[in-house]
Design a protein around this ligand. Structure first.
Ligand SMILES: [Zn+2]
Ligand SMILES: [Zn+2]
Length: 133
């Protein structure tokens, strides 16, 4: 079974569609962002885990009423009830057991501006270097 299949199976279990609109089901979970073929929106995959606020032990996360919460009501390590939500930069096989995937809609204008900025920066840089030489 490939990593993608593992991720998709995982999503079926832990990510029931909470939105009334498009669930962006066709966005593969192993990409950082992609355009949804169903609604055309740019979707960013964000992974979150929850930890016990008291002892820091990882707790399985889920989305409930649009919020990221631990599946357990109490920490299995210390019995604490408070938790913190942590965003992961990248998903891995250890964290995937605890993580929940949130498909975040990116505002396209913002995304295009970022690309423009990068292009301007990269064309200006060689000129600046040449001045110092
Ligand atoms: Zn969509
Ligand atoms: Zn704890």
């Amino acid at each position: 079974m490939s990593l993608t299949e593992v991720l998709i199976n995982f999503l079926r279990i832990f990510f029931p569609s909470v939105n009334t609109g498009c669930a962006h089901d066709k966005i593969r979970p192993d990409v950082e962002q992609a355009y949804c073929p169903d609604c055309g929106k740019l979707i960013e995959n964000e992974w979150y885990i929850t930890r016990c606020a008291c002892c820091g032990v990882k707790m399985k996360a889920m989305v409930k009423n649009g919020q990221i919460v631990p599946q357990e009501h109490y920490c299995s390590n210390c019995g604490g009830q408070d938790f913190i939500v942590e965003k992961l930069e990248k998903i891995n096989f250890i964290d995937i057991k605890f993580a929940v995937l949130v498909k975040h809609e990116v505002l396209e204008e913002k995304y295009c501006d970022t690309i423009k900025c990068w292009q301007e920066k990269t064309t200006e840089q060689p000129k600046l270097l040449a001045q110092y030489l």
